[in-house]
Design a protein around this ligand. Structure first.
Ligand SMILES: C[S@@+](CC[C@H](N)C(=O)[O-])C[C@H]1O[C@@H](n2cnc3c(N)ncnc32)[C@H](O)[C@@H]1O
Length: 275
């Protein structure tokens, strides 16, 4: 995917996850003057939501993609919140921050362990997490969030279950990844990095009709991301039904059905840096 297509995917899917992420942000306690690192900040959307919920913080957006940093700067300028922001283009495997800099490190959909080819920053999460601990103040927090589940084909539970059971739909089914590196084992990663008081909380986002164009683009991106490569793993009938209900030209097009109701969840794993 080229950079602008990637930005479009982030922008459209963030409209869908918005209620879940905003609620996760609201659940945080961030006193006046708190310094927050959003890594990777992607298109800056969550920096904006963070400042809307906690206007008296200072936030640094950090991402490896120059385009994403540029896009984030423009977004935060338009929103009038740029005075509370800093931006850094860099690799999260090599933070150049001083020890004890931040009150919160926020890392959403950024620490998937896996290969470079899959777009992951590292094969294992521990070294990045240890460095996050180094740059966080004693008593500060590290919050890592992952997309954990979805239901996107209401009315077709067997079809959706069949598609979900294909290897290509499960990113984490990468055969090189051990169970310990699956994202639902993140509490153990945080403990291993030296954090205390580990808590796990899941936030849901409902997706309901009427859907606007951006939400439809986001849903098509998700259909493609989860099931776009599943054709050879399901029967011809299953694939035909899937193609029919996701074809905007078809009478069965699922996003035009009265009462479409989908959902997705994000899980936040959070821990405190010991004093
Ligand atoms: C799925 S996006 C998540 C962005 C944002 N946190 C969100 O939830 O919208 C992943 C981001 O990680 C960035 N990224 C990938 N490898 C990175 C690395 N080694 N260091 C910093 N950023 C990285 C990509 O450029 C992309 O913006």
């Amino acid at each position: 995917m080229n950079e602008s297509a990637y930005i479009k995917a982030l922008e459209s899917t963030s409209r869908l996850s918005e209620p879940a992420i905003r609620n996760a942000i609201k659940s945080l306690t961030l006193p006046t003057g708190s310094r927050v690192l959003d890594v990777p900040c992607g298109t800056g959307t969550q920096m904006q939501w963070m400042l809307e919920a906690h206007p008296k913080i200072k936030i640094t957006g950090f991402d490896i993609a120059q385009d994403h940093i540029k896009y984030s700067k423009e977004k935060l300028t338009k929103s009038g919140k740029i005075h509370s922001c800093k931006f850094i283009t860099g690799d999260m495997k090599k933070f150049e921050f001083d020890n004890n800099t931040f009150d919160l490190v926020w890392c959403c959909d950024g620490l998937w362990p896996g290969s470079k080819e899959m777009g992951c920053p590292s094969e294992e999460p521990y070294s990045i997490l240890k460095d996050m601990v180094r740059i966080t103040k004693p008593g500060g927090k590290i919050a890592i969030l992952f997309w954990t589940s979805q239901k996107l084909l209401p009315g077709y539970p067997f079809l959706e279950a069949t598609l979900n059971a294909t290897k290509s739909s499960i990113m984490a089914a990468n055969p090189h990844i051990s169970p310990q590196l699956h994202f639902m084992r993140a509490p153990a990663w945080l403990l291993k990095a030296g954090l205390e008081n580990i808590q796990t909380q899941t936030f849901a986002a409902d997706i309901n009709t009427p859907l606007n164009d951006l939400e439809k683009v986001g849903l098509h991106f998700l259909f493609d991301m989860f099931w776009g490569r599943s054709e050879n793993e399901v029967s011809k009938e299953t694939w035909k039904k899937y193609k029919d209900i996701t074809n905007p030209g078809s009478e069965e097009y699922i996003l035009n059905q009265c009462g479409y109701a989908g959902l997705l969840t994000y899980t936040m794993f959070i821990g405190i840096v010991p004093n």
